[in-house]
Ligand binder design. Sequence first.
Ligand code: TXA
Ligand code: MG
Length: 359
Amino acid sequence: MKTKVISITEETEDSDKIYQEASEIIKQGGLVAFPTETVYGLGANGLEEKAAAKIYAAKGRPSDNPLILHIAEVSQLNKIVKTIPEAAKKMIETYWPGPLTIIFEKADCVPYGTTGGLETVAVRMPDHKIARRLIQESGVPIAAPSANLSGRPSPTKASHVAEDLYGKIDLILDGGSVGIGLESTIVDVTTVPPMILRPGYITQEMLTELLGEEVAFDPALYDHSSDKRPKAPGMKYRHYAPKAELIVVEGPSYKVIETIGTLAAEQEAKGKKVGIIATEEYQSGYHSGLIEIIGTREKEETIAQNLYHILREFDKNQVDVIYSEGFSKENFGQAIMNRLVKAAGNKVIKLPDKTEIEK
Ligand code: TXA
Ligand code: MG
């Protein structure tokens, strides 16, 4: 298949024609990759089982892993869900459009081929002009997982999509780099209390404060040792993973720098190519390896924006082993560390600080 790539911004003249072409592909049952505020999505008509099947084929995605339906207006929601619980109404009012996916009981028109056989459906209204206009012109909810090959880091630029899916999809709309860089928060409102199934930019604290009541967090996401299954089927797969071995080193700053430095030198002595994921704050402490600056601890958003790109860069440079600093787990940090630790296949070195040793 020939994949067309079209660049588009708000200034693009003749954008009407581009949206017409892209929405025609969706209507005909084809695949269009498009930017959202979180990551790039791989879109198809979400109400057509055959179209959704093409997404699974292009990504190499297991068929039990359900897709998120993307809508442009709240009026589209009533058609695809059975009921809208009060908690969901509050979330929609405050956080849509935005990086929040809500799980509802599905209406009959939503095919099992989109929901991985489940009676529930995940829905999100993206806060991105290109995404919303594409959905509007297509006239249907667009099913869209992240536009990467299954198991690879999610795409934050159109070039990442092309790396994984060129020749397998009809069109890539290149709208530049995304803003957030990590996938949306997923919250299930079919249970009481609502439960977060995947952490993201909208945090547990934000939702608890909004509702004035408890919002739970899927315990399987913390407990890597047990065989508890995460409620979001996609969270059980090794995911976001670079080709190299990735190890996260957590603890007090001086110990993290020292340990990463020692491990990197040891690996290099063995002839291995080493990558280091460093923050601006710690970078000057490293003297070996290929160092990629992920961002600043002062602004966790910068870390989220660069994480997937850096993992892909290390793949391109064919490093054998990557050491990453650990980051704060507060607020949005919870999502960042969830993705990083998953990418590492749960390989984390925890260095105690002095007070813990003395205890
Ligand atoms: O930010 C995002 O959410 C991006 C952009 C493109 O919108 N999309 C995205 O989709 O991350 P995907 O397919 O890569 O991840 C969707 C996750 C998977 O873990 C899937 O198992 C879960 O959502 N999911 C979808 N429907 C579900 C349902 N009915 N119940 C539980 N989990 C569901
Ligand atoms: Mg994904």
